[in-house]
Every structure is written in C-alpha cells, then in structure tokens.
Design a protein around this ligand. Structure first.
Ligand code: SF4
Length: 344
C-alpha cells in the first residue's frame, strides 16, 4: 500500500478557558484529544459525530488553521506542526478547506473574478489573460455561467455560492481538501448536486477528501473509510462498508440506528442516546461515553479503552470488543462477530 498523504499521531488541540477580572485560565477545552489516523491518497475519509465532538476543530487543525497543542501531522514527508506560517505558505496551496457557509466565507465586496483570481495572485501563479483563462476554466468546471465573473456573491443562490467556494478551494489543484459540513447550510433540494460535484471533481482531479458531516447517509455515499468522533477522540474507524454493515462501538451503533433504511424488508431498532455530548471542559472519567452507554460497567467509569483492532483496518475503542481484538491479534478466525445492537 502506498504511503498515506497525511499521517496524524496523538494530535491534541486544547483551548484555555479564561474567566474573572484578571482573565485567569479556569480550565481547558480538549476539543481534539489524542487523535491518530492516516488519510490515504485519493480516498474520502468521512469524519462523523454529533455537534461538539471536535470534528471541525480536527479538520482545521489538520490544515494548521488552528494551532495544535501537541502531536504530529505529517503531510507526505513534511512535519507540519513545527513549520512557521512562512514555511507553511507553499504547502497551503496543496491543502484547502471548503467551508460550511459559503455566504460567510466569500468576501461580499469582491466579484467572482476577483475571488477566483485571488489564489493565483497570492501564490504568484498566473496573471492577466492567463489568470482570466484559468478563472473561466474553473467556472466551466463548476457549471457556473460565464457572466458570473462580474457579479458578487449575494447575486447567487446558496448552491451557486457553494460552487464558487469549492472553485476557490480547488483553483490551485490541491492534493487534500477538508470539506467541513459542505452541504448542511444548503437547501435539501440542491445538497445532492453539490455532493455529486465533489465526487466528480475527486475523480477528475485526483483529490483526497476529509469529509466532515453529521449526516451519516451522505457520509456513507461519499466515503471510502469513516472515523467516528466522540468528545475529541476517534472511537471507531473502518472502511465505510464494514462500519455501516457491522458497527462495533455503542456510540456508532446508536448514530446508525437513527439512519433510515431504504429497504422495507429490513428493520432497524432505534437506540435513543440519552442526554447531550458532555462538556469537553469537564469530560467524564474513564470511557467518556459511559454516562450515555447502556453497556457501561464499573471498569468503563474508571478506565479509558484504547482503540482495539477488530478486523482489517477496523478499530473500536470499547471494552466490549477487547476479547474479539485478542483473538484477531492472535490470528484466530472470528467465525461471526456478534451482531451490533440496533443492527439490521
Ligand atoms: Fe460503553 Fe464501556 Fe464500551 Fe465505553 S467502554 S462504549 S462505556 S461499553
């Protein structure tokens, strides 16, 4: 297997919380708390979890748009964490972000010509007629009309604005695109168009995506592999097919139980998650999912489970799979792993 494009190890992004008149540090929000994963070239790694689980912070930390507190991010053979903003600059064109809200991410005073020409200007890559030709080419790739060039973002629909945002992100033909909830601000009727555009662009330009979303149906459609996040950590990671067919972590099982199954012959028992995600300011001890987990034991309240390997490229951070992981490690064939609670 080829080297991953991005290799992340023990990544942490903590934010101090200040309070009082003197602005003293009162606590720490552990938005990302020890994440390790690889992003393979050409794949789409889906990143899912409820709001507040840290997935957006992780996405931004991967691009060094948010500074990590600790850990390692290797992009090909370069370690990103120690680089100055100046040293990062040539790499920036190879790693881009697609924002959730194109309205907020596009400068309302700039025309589309200026917005799409800006990446070429910043990196000194094309000027004059050559830049104009590249901007027109981008418009065509996005299915936007040529007369869009002289118009400003407010003159477009939400879907068209997101096309402009995507065009800007891919203008310099990046290797890695982090798409942070790229369709959640759009009307349902045009979400599929934008998703299909992203899929087509990936095929055409050989892009690698980290696709962040709380919509598990869309993530299943676009992803090669999926990582499930809870309170700043990865709790399950697997090929999309394996994860959706046989989720191992009770949190993944609960999330998937809420996804409608299109086949009327198949049913799924809904698992209702109690309460909200706890505050990352005061995460519960042991397994941070234990206050919401129907299977929690005394051990879960004391000890944090590691990510256990339960199959080819499939890991889950839950004591319930510990025995199975031992058999997998010993090379003993697992006849049929226990069916997930809430599975089909
Ligand atoms: Fe539930 Fe315990 Fe597994 Fe955590 S380790 S998910 S509390 S069973």
């Amino acid at each position: 297997m080829s080297e991953p494009l991005l290799r992340v190890r023990e990544l942490k992004t903590h934010f101090p919380v200040r309070g009082g008149l003197l602005g003293r540090v009162r606590g720490t929000v552990k938005a990302v708390d020890g994440v390790s994963l690889d992003v393979r070239r050409g794949e789409t790694l889906g990143l899912v979890g409820e709001s507040g689980c840290g997935k957006s912070t992780l996405g931004r930390t991967l691009l060094r748009l948010v500074e990590p507190t600790a850990g390692s991010i290797r992009f090909e053979d370069r370690e990103l964490t120690g680089l100055s903003q100046r040293e990062l600059r040539p790499l920036r064109r190879r790693m881009q972000l697609v924002f959730q809200d194109p309205q907020a991410s596009l400068n309302p005073r700039m025309t589309v010509r200026e917005i799409l020409g800006e990446p070429f200007a910043i990196h000194g890559l094309a000027r004059g007629a050559e830049r104009e030709a590249k901007v027109v080419e981008l418009l065509e790739l996005m299915g936007l009309p040529r007369d869009a060039l002289g118009r400003q973002p407010h003159e477009f629909s939400g879907g068209q604005r997101q096309r402009i945002g995507i065009a800007r992100a891919i203008a310099l033909r990046p290797d890695l695109v982090v798409a942070d909830e790229p369709i959640s601000a759009l009307d349902v009727s045009i979400q599929a168009q934008i998703v299909n555009l992203l899929v087509d662009l990936q095929r055409e330009l050989g892009l690698t995506y980290v696709f962040i979303s709380h919509d598990l149906k869309i993530v299943e459609y676009v992803s090669t592999r999926v990582a499930v996040m809870y309170l700043g950590r990865i709790v399950e990671l697997a090929d999309a097919e394996a994860l959706y067919r046989q989720p191992r972590h009770p949190y993944t099982q609960a999330l998937l139980s809420a996804v409608p199954v299109p086949d009327p012959e198949r049913t799924r028992t809904r698992i209702i998650l109690q309460g909200d995600v706890p505050s990352p300011l005061e995460p519960p001890p042991g397994c941070t999912f234990h206050p919401r987990c129907a299977h929690a034991t005394e051990r879960c309240r004391r000890e944090a489970p590691p990510l256990y390997p339960v199959g080819e490229g499939h890991t889950a951070a839950c004591f319930l799979v510990e025995e199975e992981a031992r058999r997998v490690a010993a090379g003993v064939a697992v006849a049929e792993a226990p069916k997930a609670a809430g599975g089909e």
